[in-house]
Design a protein around this ligand. Structure first.
Ligand code: GLU
Length: 345
């Protein structure tokens, strides 16, 4: 039984933690209130499990590199990570094999083709980048291990380090991805034909389908983003998820290729490394400062979460977060994260 003193101490701690980032909390509440009624977009339905998502689900979470958290809405709602997983697996492939070997198997060029297109670079036979399905399957192939079980454990461990808790695969999503994944299978076999992946296509596809079916919430995405913002160390657990030297590889691919066929306009308008997935998640990174996680299932025609894109546009504009913003003097998100009364010291 906790004593009264204990309870009082805990209450005081909770109040302190809550007020620590209060100015930004009201900004986030305001954003959530204004965008929650946007009803555009359509929930992904290529597998029945995704079609079950409630279009009203909407959560936003922001985590700073010093481990403060501000979040609103459905930030605890779990969903499948889908393509948001891809840059993180690319990072692990770099750790396992180094730049030269990874870049021999996957290019870093944005593509105007659909994310699931069956097309490779004509001269090198490489997939265009690690964030389209072909490239993601090529990087999944590069996840090392003595056997399948060690490969999958290592892959899950990567995500556990980024998120700061054990991670789980949603079995029914995984089974659906696997049952309907003929296009990905075709891509895998095409790459095997060109010697871009090893002769264990089914196993690598299993790995890829499992990675897409990992359950996360938008708090987790924000922590993953904050880990990249923090040069590879999870700011909540202090654990390293990726070597600092590879963080820039991951972030630059996210900036140029992270938002499907909206990637160019995203880089131009929002200017933040980000990745979205068909589950409705988006992770965005403000290097050196914040990770942003957003979850809202309805997708626009390009496959990005409608509310997620709108919130990122507004955050970027309102706080001058664009990577190439020069001489910005407007309101600062970092200042708003400071405790009350401390904002202008
Ligand atoms: N599981 C999906 C596929 O491989 C990923 C979709 C996505 O989020 O882009 O087709």
């Amino acid at each position: 039984m906790p004593t009264d003193a204990h309870t009082n101490h805990l209450d005081a701690l909770v109040t302190k933690l809550k007020s620590a980032a209060a100015p930004f909390r009201s900004t986030l509440n305001d954003l959530h209130a204004r965008y929650k009624d946007v009803n555009d977009g359509k929930v992904a339905d290529y597998i029945p499990e995704l079609a079950k998502s409630d279009p009203k689900w909407f959560g936003i979470s922001v985590v700073s590199v010093d481990g403060q958290v501000v979040e609103v809405g459905d930030f605890q709602q779990l969903f499948s990570i889908q393509s948001v997983s891809k840059p993180f697996v690319f990072g692990q492939a770099l750790e396992d094999h180094g730049r030269a070997e990874v870049l021999a198997k996957v290019s870093v060029e944005p593509t105007g083709e659909a994310f699931n297109s069956i097309v490779l670079d004509e001269t090198t036979n490489r997939p265009f980048n690690p964030l389209v399905n072909a490239g993601a399957i090529a990087t999944a192939d590069l996840i090392d291990g003595r056997d399948f079980s060690e490969r999958i454990s290592r892959l899950l461990a990567v995500f556990s380090r980024y998120i700061g808790r054990p991670v789980y695969v949603d079995n029914s999503i995984f089974m659906s991805e696997r049952t309907t994944g003929h296009r990905n299978r075709a891509i895998g076999h095409l790459m095997l034909n060109f010697g871009m992946i090893r002769d264990r296509v089914e196993e690598t596809l299993e790995l890829y389908f499992q990675q897409c079916s990992l359950l996360v919430n938008c708090h987790d995405l924000a922590v993953m983003g904050a880990t990249l913002a923090n040069r590879g160390t999870n700011p909540i657990t202090g654990e390293r998820a990726i070597k600092a030297e590879y963080v820039k590889d991951v972030l630059s691919i996210m900036l140029s290729c992270g938002m499907y066929d909206y990637a160019g306009e995203w880089a131009y308008r929002v200017g933040l490394p980000a990745k979205s997935g068909v589950g409705g998640g988006i992770v965005a990174v403000v290097p050196g400062q914040f990770g942003i996680g957003i979850f809202s299932p309805p997708l626009d025609a390009k496959g990005n979460s409608v509310r997620g894109v709108q919130v990122c546009h507004e955050l970027s504009e309102r706080f001058g977060l664009h990577a190439f913003e020069a001489g910005y003097t407007g309101p600062s998100m970092k200042e708003q994260f400071r405790p009350h009364g401390d904002a202008h010291k």
